[in-house]
Design a protein around this ligand. Sequence first.
Ligand code: F6P
Length: 546
Amino acid sequence: MQPLTASTSFSALQSHLASAKNWHLLDLFAQDSQRFADMSLKTGDLLLDYSKNLITAETLQLLLNLAHERGVEEQREAMFAGAKINTTENRAVLHTALRAPRDARLLLDGQDVIADVHAVLDQMRAFTQRVRSGQWRGHTGAAITDIVNIGIGGSDLGPRTVCQALRPFAQPGLQLHFVSNVDGCDLDAVLFRCNPETTLFIIASKTFTTLETMMNAHSARDWLLQHGCTEAALTRHFVALSTNTAAVKAFGIAPENMFPFWDWVGGRYSVWSAIGLSVALAVGFDHFAEFLQGAHTMDQHFRSAPLESNMPVLLALVGIWNRNFLGCSSLSIAPYLQDLRLLPAFLQQLDMESNGKSVARDGAALETASGPLVWGQAGTNGQHAYFQLLHQGTDVIPVDFIAALKPQHKLPGHHAALLANCFAQSEALMRGKSTEEVRSEMQAQGIDPAQIAALAPHRTFAGNRPSNTILMDALTPKTLGTLIALYEHKVFVQGVIWGVNSFDQWGVELGKVLAQKIQSELLSAARPQQHDSSTNGLVAIAKTAL
Ligand code: F6P
């Protein structure tokens, strides 16, 4: 495919950039009283305000031209239709099928994937009811009180983020725990809080070969056996979520306790599949179904809305402008919702594992930057940690502010304070504070001129820093589904524009292979020799401690 830099619309945007260099957001707002109305849109339960970006109607038109030229519409249709757009793994990309209604139909290699999806959803519903009602019993006949999801990456971050976000919908008395790290402290800390008679382990792994997950799963198994559970009764304490039936069987989990999914579900796109079982257990299957329905609403919008009024497309295009033209190498995610505090970590995997690529789909080296660094923290906490750099640092870092209009608690006053801070931060990033303003403020306070001259540069903010605000009515299963699907499709659109395969992750493989080799060296008597002197030296020191 043609490199991005060779496209006509990319060149047009580069020429346009010359004028953008002189813009200030405050002027753009002053010149156009309709700016918010024109540069915000609502779909489902979400409102996106992208007006605080350094763009004009012309910028937007040029970006839309770029999206057309790069084939966003064709690629979008190919994804929804089940084409094998994950070319390096020869796989379809069908997480959208996981939230399609029962009466939809989609054939992949002659198989109706929607029927398969709903068969597993039915299995999940039945199981969820048995556990939540106390019908499912542990090896001594006691009902389940604790559920431990063992997984990593998408098999952890997805369900962990969603369970935490939907905390107010959870069933009291059923504790959910998540273990991901191979660091034994992770599992140890959870086992310390659990009773082996009443704990159910969910082993969540697409491949069922991931080192961290398998090691934690085996340690959990040993813990049960050491605490009075027989081999035969293990079946009451383990279920598996996987695509690898043979490995699940080899581990000793009964086929009826396996919830399958398919190779066309990427790990970071898997929370909608059986991987969401912990969510369904925590909040009930009906709420899980609402979560799927929320995502489906966004899928329909993304698939059918014209690009100029398509929320994921607009969010993606603003990101392309910031990344490839304004040179912003990072994106900060600021959910002003404590229950959404894991969203930055979830989006970090979604975005960085998808678009952290340096070659195009045809293998040619990219000539432009691709995926940005994605990071963040819940507001208002972030304000008292790193927002200083957002306001006055030498890098311009766009921010996505995410907030809900209604709180999920009844404490008076808190929610207005939270929203006020959220809106104030995007205003401050945009507005800044001129040296003139600083000087006159200090003069009014009677500060002496020498001190004003010394302090004014430190108290000046350039402003003109871009942000988006995403508002939802309330953080519910449905709005959460819509929000996550918004970001999935945003990442997809950006991947299409950069021309990368957003659905593989070859970059994580080398470290896994090297770790296996080093692990065997750490545990054997032989001196490590096959590495550089740094790695050999570190391994040798560690061997003395193990
Ligand atoms: O190593 C990266 C990765 O493959 C992620 O893409 C994935 O979400 C995670 O590991 C876990 O993989 P699995 O579900 O197969 O254990």
